[in-house]
Design a protein around this ligand. Structure first.
Ligand code: HEM
Length: 505
């Protein structure tokens, strides 16, 4: 580090300390802030609570400070909400006030400062993007158009696993093949495209870039520069990598997918009866001048992360729980055999006849929520919550995982017990009809992808269980289900090796 930069940093820290003391004294007088650990100047609570603010650590803090508490992370206010009533207030009653999103220095890069849909503030742009994305992605018509494709992709997974002799003996990392399936499920919708196999160079490139995007965005490594702006110069190297990844990625989306589809469009007559894929609708909106080319690329970016990873993590958790609970796995298989008859492969319309399978999916989403803190919300203006003042532009985290795992509200929540959704919790749905259970959020910023995610989960898990006995690898009695949390994500730490023994019908 050069001396000039160090000198500037130290002077800056000094000035910021004085300012922080003055501001916090003034603020303390004016605002009735939520409880929380006592903040020190500049760093706030950062040094006390550390970087890893995952759902479990935030739960521990809620037990200490209550259902609403405030953390000062350097210059940023972080409000954490941990009760169904307060979640209702944030997501429903005051859904407009708390309907914006915070971004940080890294998310600013990946979303072009909110030119996308997921990370934009609540307002005109968000409304337009959500409207434009609804018809091509989030309707039952889309499900009906693409479900034969998802069924074919799941069948192809089953076929490939059966062909691989290792699968039935030492086991395979099933996730790798399922990742290809999830890309195909979503790329069919977006571009009417699929990748033939895991070795496809374009698929490999995409997977690597999306992986890098997720890692860079979800990491805690850059917190210091985000919380304490004066330290931002030290993040230069990190942010440079983010910019490179972002640019390479958007260029890949443009050159290999969006432009290809445009070319195809220009060679077709407009009324030839062919079904449009999502990008055709999005490009129509661009032609009408509703959005620009960057917005188009950010829509593709959003789907790549919001849709593919989350659903894949949930499938992976579901498989891990089924392997670790063979009796539950057997119940799923028996249900499918009894209701559909052995050999009839699960399809989307069958799912409504398979309540036990649906309960397994709900239970997976409860215990192993892919987005346990929802996507962070934000209030653009000063607001009130739970009797406290919330300063404008606070980051609001709803600890949805704790809402769904708090023993005060659930019977033995630490147990993986799908039966709960057929018994005492039989009225609880994944769509947010109960504020204790919000795997997809609820209200204005809730997940519109739920309509696709649930059938994809059902088809995939159903087909795997009806075609294979899923077991831990030889010498292991259980799969390791250690969690890995990020800024707001949760996935399994180690991608498990799984033995898949084909069943004979
Ligand atoms: C199991 C799979 C999935 C889970 C658990 C999940 C969960 C979530 C959650 C918790 C949110 C934030 C809600 C909030 O902040 O209040 C969200 C937002 C979102 N999800 Fe999903 N999601 C999944 C699959 C999908 C799929 C398949 C798509 C698209 C095809 C999708 C698209 C989105 C979008 C666009 C948003 C942002 C909505 C907005 O800001 O207005 N998700 N999702």
């Amino acid at each position: 580090m050069d001396l000039l930069l160090l000198e500037k940093t130290l002077v800056g820290l000094f000035v910021a300390t004085i300012l922080a003391v003055i501001i916090s004294t003034l603020r303390g007088r004016k605002f009735k802030l939520p409880p929380g650990p006592f903040p020190v100047p500049i760093f706030g609570n950062w040094l006390q609570v550390g970087d890893d603010l995952n759902h479990r650590n935030l739960t521990d803090l809620a037990k200490k400070f209550g259902d609403i508490f405030l953390l000062r992370m350097g210059q940023r206010n972080l409000v954490v909400v941990s009760s169904p009533d307060l979640a209702k207030e944030v997501l429903h009653t005051q859904g407009v006030e708390f309907g914006s999103r915070t971004r940080n220095v890294v998310f600013d890069i990946f979303t072009g400062k909110g030119q996308d849909m997921v990370f934009t503030v609540y307002g005109e742009h968000w409304r337009k993007m959500r409207r434009i994305m609804t018809v091509p992605f989030f309707t039952n018509k889309v499900v009906q158009q693409y479900r034969p494709g998802w069924e074919a992709e799941a069948a192809s997974v089953v076929e490939d696993v059966k062909k691989n002799p290792e699968a039935a003996t030492s086991g395979i990392v099933l996730r790798r093949r399922l990742q290809l399936m999830m890309y195909n499920n979503m790329y069919r919708i977006m571009f009417d495209r699929r990748f033939e196999n895991e070795e496809d160079p374009l698929f490999q490139k995409l997977k690597a870039l999306n992986g890098e995007r997720s890692r860079l965005a979800q990491s805690f490594e850059y917190n210091y520069g985000d919380f304490i702006p004066i330290l931002r110069p030290f993040l230069r190297g990190y942010l440079k990598i983010c910019k490179e990844v972002k640019e390479t990625r958007l260029k890949l989306f443009k050159d290999f997918f969006v432009d290809e589809r445009k070319k195809l469009g220009s060679t077709r007559s407009s009324d030839n009866g062919e079904l449009k894929c999502a990008i055709d609708h999005i490009l129509d909106a661009q032609k009408k001048g509703e959005i620009n080319e960057d917005n188009v690329l950010y829509i593709v970016e959003n789907i790549n992360v919001a849709a593919i990873e989350t659903t894949l993590w949930s499938i992976e958790w579901g498989i891990a729980e089924l392997v670790n609970h063979p009796e539950i796995q057997k119940n799923v298989r028996d249900e499918i055999d009894t209701v559909l008859g052995p050999g009839h492969q699960v399809t989307e319309p069958d799912l409504q006849k398979l309540p036990y399978l649906q309960a397994v999916i709900k239970e997976t989403l409860r215990l192993r929520m892919a987005i346990p803190l929802l996507v962070p919300h934000m209030n653009l203006h000063d607001a009130k919550l739970g009797g406290y003042d919330i300063p404008a532009e606070s980051k609001i985290l709803v600890n949805a995982w704790w809402l769904a795992n708090n023993p005060a509200n659930w019977k033995n929540p630490e147990e993986f017990r799908p039966e709960r959704f057929l018994e005492e919790e039989k009225h609880v749905e994944a769509n947010g009809n109960d504020f204790r259970y919000l795997p997809f959020g609820v209200g204005r910023r809730s997940c519109p992808g739920i309509i696709l995610a649930l059938p994809i989960l059902g088809i995939t898990l159903g087909r795997l269980v009806q075609n294979f006995e899923l077991l831990p690898p030889p010498g292991q009695s259980k799969l390791d289900t250690t969690e890995k949390g990020g800024q707001f994500s949760l996935h399994i730490l180690k991608h498990s090796t799984i033995v898949a023994k084909p069943r004979s019908f």
